[in-house]
Design a protein around this ligand. Structure first.
Ligand code: ADP
Ligand code: MG
Length: 722
């Protein structure tokens, strides 16, 4: 029998009615209803003004004032006709969160009346008081205030909350001197850098009609659902987003019966509700299924331009969380909410392409396309080898450290998986002897055809952090709670850098009289010689790979955030971002500071919480149980029964240990060293292991103490009761 509070929570869950499903509407009525789409803009604006907007979007330019005024007016009319009274400049601070500054459309007229108003200036530029967002010292160095600027490539939309509708305008957040204070600005810059070099390569390859190249992204989001009734009894879930304690449930994921199983009805209703809202917001939610662990699920939208996909991804997280609450559940986006079962990631599917040449990471089927594909793919390989540690740094958070390197998620060593067929092609290029693959359809660069690559190769490798999946790469090491902007910035920037290298080499060799196919072959051969070590098709979880990667291939294994974040301070990384115009050294340093601080704070909160729960909830429960044991033993002795004190001594000794460890952890928190680097190391090497020891004592007690006295909802209850 669980404790009365836990029992009451389970009763509540059993009696919970299903929330009504949203009304069924045809998709075409629902789709993007709450988005100020280009179609709506076109209908509302004079032709020449709309044309000018289109041009601005295409060229990534700035809106001029008269156009901005007309757009603002049309946007406001649409929003107010739907009942919105407020608008918000939405921006993406360095904390992975989404921030909003709300303003009323109301404009008093001085004669006692009001009108609604949104001027072009207010649309294009807002001035949030963002001074309490972490900026790594950027704003103190420069200006106290920052401003938000509408990103015209990401459409405005209406956000519905119980207290009404708000017009949301996606923006970049910049200081008055142009310093990027957010995650969107570098993403736009990285895309521009990649576009410059990609266009240059396409022209070198003889293309004359070349549209702007954009990066694309489809991010698969994993999450857990836990009934809200458990949350007040779980301060760790409430404050840290993960369980700090909890004995594994006797049944976990070992039967693999949850993965792709039938979705529980209550969860299906929740998912429908989520999708209904996402469709209204013009977010192309496409797949949904159960994930590996009990209580774990996934949602994946169809891919979009990386910038829009990033804004949409933030909205997906917001909608998942708020909708779960309405259904009496909490959506956990933490990377490792429960020990002993799988954690959650966000697979970032990424490619680059344009309107004229299509997806540039699609192998295609003609020799001409092959050369283009191989050069783009080769550039990615070079990038991953040169900047693998930077990719690791881009996914470094306290939460994700629990996932990476464990036997369920990609290792903390960044390698690239190509699939056996493509790997063979690249190996032949390296040997300078392109004879063809075991598969039919022999390739010869620029002469014969590449064998057609299956779009979804059967030999998918789930243990690779970065895998080619037919026509895109899948970065699987990204954390479920993270903004995808950072990882995309790194991918775009390192590709820009490698394409720049390829372009320089091609120009040089062709300038010296080489033919294009010969020059391309030479460049690819060089890339394979210098960077082929990063290609790995085997088991990324194996200890053999961990040894081989480091000792034989010279790849870095960066298991924790403390190991990987300092990569942002390496000279080659600083130069990369500066050369590509993505982040200035100062902007990069500020990111290091903010992310390091977040890591330190996350572990500090968890450690304090562990001490608090251990002392005020677990120890008292254990003492009460010892009291009960003592009196029942006395009663047994009184009637002459033989009494064993085995349980008693186990509980007593674990309880004593628990208090000792809590004291040590508390002292350790207080003794943390000054200085970012030292404090990060200390969090990883001292606080985390101590917390783990406290956990072992608590979980040991959970296995002994009377369930009726145990205060924390068990894994079993949280994962299986719904
Ligand atoms: P899986 O679970 O097998 O990896 P999913 O279908 O769940 O596959 O997710 C694949 C994701 O990859 C989807 O979001 C899909 O839209 C996206 N994707 C497909 N093509 C591209 C592309 N060219 N660029 C970026 N993402 C893509
Ligand atoms: Mg996937």
């Amino acid at each position: 029998m669980p404790s009365p509070q836990r029992y009451a929570a389970m009763q509540e869950i059993h009696q919970r009615p299903l929330v009504d499903t949203p009304p069924i509407e045809p998709l075409e009525d629902l789709w993007a209803r709450d988005v100020f789409t280009l179609a709506k803009m076109k209908a509302a604006l004079p032709k020449d003004i709309f044309k000018s907007v289109q041009r601005t979007i295409k060229e990534n330019g700035k809106l001029d004032v008269s156009v901005a005024n007309a757009v603002a007016q049309a946007m406001k009319d649409w929003a107010t006709s739907r009942g919105a009274l407020y608008y918000a400049h939405v921006f993406y601070p360095l904390t992975n969160a989404t921030a909003e500054k709300h303003d009323g459309f109301i404009s008093p007229q001085g004669d006692g009346t009001v009108i609604t108003e949104l001027t072009g200036k207010l649309l294009v530029q807002g001035e949030p008081d963002g001074s309490s967002f972490p900026s790594g010292g950027l704003r103190t160095t420069f200006e106290a205030r920052g401003y938000t600027a509408w990103d015209i490539t990401s459409p405005a939309y209406l956000m519905e909350t119980p207290n009404g509708l708000t017009l949301c305008i996606p923006t970049a957040f910049i200081s008055w001197t142009g310093v990027a204070l957010d995650k969107k600005t570098p993403l736009l810059r990285s895309n521009a850098a990649m576009n410059r070099q990609a266009q240059r390569l396409l022209r070198l390859l003889g293309e004359t009609d070349v549209a702007p190249v954009n990066s694309t992204c489809g991010a698969e989001q994993e999450y857990f659902l836990v009934d809200s009734a458990h949350i007040p009894l779980r301060p760790d879930l409430l404050l840290a987003g993960r369980t700090l304690f909890g004995k594994p449930s006797a049944k976990g994921q070992q039967f693999d019966d949850h993965y792709f199983g039938a979705i529980p009805q209550r969860v299906q209703v929740f998912m429908q509700d989520v999708e209904h809202q996402l469709y209204k917001l013009g977010i192309p939610a496409k797949t949904r299924h159960n994930e590996v662990a009990p209580g774990q699920f996934e949602i994946a939208p169809f891919f979009e331009a990386a910038n829009v996909a990033t804004d949409h991804q933030q909205l997906i997280m917001t909608v998942l969380k708020s909708t779960a609450r309405r259904h009496g559940m909490n959506c956990l986006l933490h990377e490792k909410p429960f020990e002993g079962i799988n954690g959650s990631g966000k697979h970032v599917n990424w490619s680059v392409g344009n309107a004229t040449q299509g997806n540039l990471l699609d192998p295609g089927s003609t020799p001409h396309e092959n050369m283009q594909f191989l050069l783009f793919c080769g550039a990615v390989i070079r990038g991953v080898h040169k900047y693998g540690p930077l990719m690791r740094a881009a996914v470094a958070t306290a939460g994700n450290d629990h996932r990476l390197g464990a036997n369920e998620a990609p290792p903390a060593i960044i390698s690239v998986y190509l699939g056996s067929q493509l790997e063979e092609v690249f190996n032949q290029i390296k040997q300078g002897d392109v004879r063809g693959t075991a598969q039919p359809g022999v390739m010869q660069l620029g002469v014969d055809t590449l064998p057609e690559f299956p779009k979804d190769p059967g030999d998918r490798n789930r243990t690779s952090p970065f895998a080619f999946t037919g026509n895109r790469f899948e970065f699987r090491a990204v954390g479920s709670n993270q903004s995808i902007a950072g990882p995309l910035v790194v991918l775009n920037t390192m590709l820009a850098d490698s394409l720049g290298f390829v372009n320089d080499q091609l120009e040089q060799k062709m300038g010296a009289g080489m033919t294009l196919p010969d020059a391309a072959f030479e460049v690819l051969k060089q890339i394979m010689n210098d960077h082929g070590a990063v290609i790995f098709g085997g088991d990324g979880y194996s200890s053999e790979w961990h040894r081989m990667a480091v000792e034989e291939r010279g790849l870095e294994n960066l298991p924790t955030t403390a190991d990987s974040l300092p990569v942002l301070q390496r000279p080659e990384v600083r130069e990369l971002f500066e050369r590509q115009g993505v982040l200035t050294p100062l902007e990069l340093e500020s990111r290091f500071e903010v992310y390091a601080e977040q890591y330190i704070l996350a572990i500090d909160v968890e450690a304090k919480l562990a001490v608090q729960i251990a002392r005020t909830q677990i120890y008292p429960a254990a003492m009460r149980y010892l009291g009960e044991l003592a009196s029942s033993m006395q009663a047994q002795k009184a009637v002459g029964l033989e009494v064993s004190s085995a349980t008693q001594s186990k509980v007593a000794s674990l309880s004593g240990k628990l208090m000792e460890l809590s004291d040590s952890l508390e002292a350790a928190i207080a003794n943390a060293p000054h200085g970012t680097l030292a404090h990060m190391r200390y969090s990883a090497d001292t606080l985390m292991p101590l917390m783990h020891q406290v956990r072992e004592a608590v979980d040991g007690l959970e296995a002994l103490v009377d369930d009726n006295l145990w205060p924390l909802p068990s894994y079993q209850e949280m994962l299986f009761v719904r």
